[in-house]
Write a protein that binds this ligand. Sequence first.
Ligand SMILES: CC(C)(COP(=O)(O)OP(=O)(O)OC[C@H]1O[C@@H](n2cnc3c(N)ncnc32)[C@H](O)[C@@H]1OP(=O)(O)O)[C@@H](O)C(=O)NCCC(=O)NCCS
Length: 429
Amino acid sequence: MTETYLTQPIDQQSARVLADAGLRLSLVDTADQAAFDQWLLADFRGFLGGRNDADALAEAREYLRDNRTTAVYDDAIPAAASPVGTVNSWVAPLTVPGGAAVDSWAISSVTVAPTHRRRGVASALLGAELRTAQALGVPLAILTVSESVIYGRWGFGPATWATEWRVDTKRVRWAGPATTGRLSFSEPEEYRETGRAVLATIMAGRAGEIAMTPHLADRLIGPHKGNPDASKYRLVRYDSPTGEPEGFVSYIVKDSDDFVRHTVEVNYLAAAKDEALTALWRYLLELDLVAEVHIDTRGIDEPIRFLVSDIRGARVVGEQDHLWVRILDLPAALSARRYERDGDLVLEVADDLGFADGRYRVRVSGGVASVETTTAEPDVTLPVSSLGAVYLGHDTARHLALAGKLSGDADALDLIFRTAVPPRLSTWF
Ligand SMILES: CC(C)(COP(=O)(O)OP(=O)(O)OC[C@H]1O[C@@H](n2cnc3c(N)ncnc32)[C@H](O)[C@@H]1OP(=O)(O)O)[C@@H](O)C(=O)NCCC(=O)NCCS
């Protein structure tokens, strides 16, 4: 698949729309350093980053060169080498309920220069990405978003939710089970391969997680170049009593005027086993000279409240949509996952862009769905974005119905689609 998605020609429909607006849609040859650097700098600028030094650029070049890299250029600007629009994509295995890894079109680095905003550039880029994914037979597209108001119009729905926590470590004591295993400091460079393997196990074990690229994995293990806090990062690994690497935590300690009240900012807490989770949480809570642990991008089922002596000492300070899912090939997507209850539902799906539009009978037997088109009366009518929102097992059907984004038997849909363990994505991409 790698070679195909890199070489698939640029989408002609979007290329024409942009050409009519005096703009040029083009794939970027990531081996052309000058062109790729311009693309990377435009991407950093889009996300309000700095210009970045040569080391950071070199690192980004290395990490991102195998992504499909697309740019929009305004050739009317004299000597314009800098794109006015950027996007990149790759085929990421997404873990779905039941544990299968489904090829998904991961979209990242969507930026449009403020000088060219609200002229339809992002629309053209997104349309091109979705049609390219469909042409390659990829059944889903996925992304994480800077703003929740942008992507619903292209059929994406919020499929996982993330929580942010602050734990008052002067208030709580560890109240979880006795912890086991061995904790030790490590350096990102020496732990890199082990850390990537630990992350691969974690991502394969939970619906909503995606297989890590080296770019994503290494950012969880330690800082990328150009991170202003790079020198403050600490990495602690967890190994089981028999010496199996099963988790790690990377973090920085933020300065405080009061030397006994520092804040630990967790970059990532990785736990492939419950024993790793409890040992690493306990480690964080019992750090000396620290008054607070701050951590984000956790699942909505983060158990920390039940592991401390005072439930209110561990507070959720934020909860928001995280992974957005866009179904492109409905029969393929729905039959790729497993279901915890059997049932029979007719879904009427509306998709303005035409990919998943239609009426489908979904029969689940033994947890496996068979999907076919039908003319039977629908049990549930919904836009494709709402189907994306329930696809990974979240219990949002009733909320969508209340909001008018689904009609019919929301409870029947919920019973079949929801899972006991909610989906989670614990990284950004
Ligand atoms: C978000 C961004 C890519 C939009 O690009 P753009 O070319 O201005 O978007 P378009 O002109 O194609 O807009 C398409 C539609 O989305 C809407 N839209 C775009 N950005 C929006 C935003 N931030 N909030 C609300 N609506 C937005 C437009 O109003 C338009 O709606 P319409 O079709 O009803 O007219 C651009 O503003 C940007 O680069 N922002 C900073 C980086 C960022 O946040 N990227 C998203 C990463 S997930």
